[in-house]
Design a protein around this ligand. Sequence first.
Ligand SMILES: Nc1ncnc2c1ncn2[C@@H]1O[C@H](COP(=O)(O)OP(=O)(O)O)[C@@H](O)[C@H]1O
Ligand SMILES: [Mg+2]
Length: 334
Amino acid sequence: MGLFDSFKRQVSHHETPEVSIPPASHAEEKDEGLEDARVVEREVCAEPAADEPVDEGMHTFVATPLRTYADKKPVKHVVGATKVIAILNQKGGVGKSTTAINLGAALGELGKQVLLVDLDPQGNTSSGLGIEKGELDRCVYDVLIDDETTLLDVIVPDVCDGLDVAPATINLAGAEVELVSAMARENRLKEAIGSVRGKYDYVFIDCPPSLGLLTVNALVAADKLLIPIQCEFYALEGVTKLLDSMKRVKTYLNPSLDIFGVLLTMYDGRTTLSKQVASEVRGFFEKLVFDAVIPRSVKVSEAPSFGQPITEYDPTGKGAQAYRDLAKEVVRRG
Ligand SMILES: Nc1ncnc2c1ncn2[C@@H]1O[C@H](COP(=O)(O)OP(=O)(O)O)[C@@H](O)[C@H]1O
Ligand SMILES: [Mg+2]
């Protein structure tokens, strides 16, 4: 599928097809959500305001409202118990957001319903899926801070097959500070995610590269952890600290928390270093390490700038294949 509002909106007046306003009943059909979005877009694009200069041949940016959860396509299968998995490593640049996007999309391809909760103020998961953060009036920040905003209020549905996103904007950076004085500050995300249990097969939380209050919220909300480890020097550096944090949260706040799996990322089979790191990580985490290994691939790093998961940007490449293998393993692990 892969229809991204931000890209759809960049159409020229000349490319805009004739407006055909559907009968009222059409708009009420829930599964026509995307079509509706297109119709709205056409309406907006087709008639430039009288005072608006029309520059022949120039591409014009026309904003339309982002889709909301109410526009979500109907789910065709029975969704079982929702598994909430936090993607966590306090090191930056190890492939957390890349894994959230591509594992989510690969599970979507398998017919699963997946929600990505972007808990990183940088919002890489949101922008990597083509969501224009500047156009959001609310994000995960509001869910955590404002009792009136629910997770469903901020979800952008069907960014690709089966994949919804609760996006983050830079506002989320404020939450780290504002939560300090809030009631039940460690439980905010858990409560929010509780309200969507039963609607998704998997909820992935893309964590920020720190062990602050946002990450603690993820550790409390999660059933399990997925830890991406980059195949480079010092791969295991900081892992002890991460495991300590996990143990503390497990003792005091979330007794059932455990590691779901450890993922080797940016593996370069041509280097001895990658092989050494992989074997070191397998020695340390043993069976917890996924068989699927994510290769270092230029296509994987390019895909976010096109607002697409690798399964759409380069569907037959080795990156897409690795994330599909991972998705199957995730399903097998239950
Ligand atoms: N398998 C890969 N091959 C090549 N580049 C990758 C791969 N995975 C991630 N990257 C790139 O590495 C950088 C960090 O990845 P990212 O997922 O943003 O890490 P994190 O979320 O842990 O900070 C990004 O520029 C991303 O595009
Ligand atoms: Mg990230």
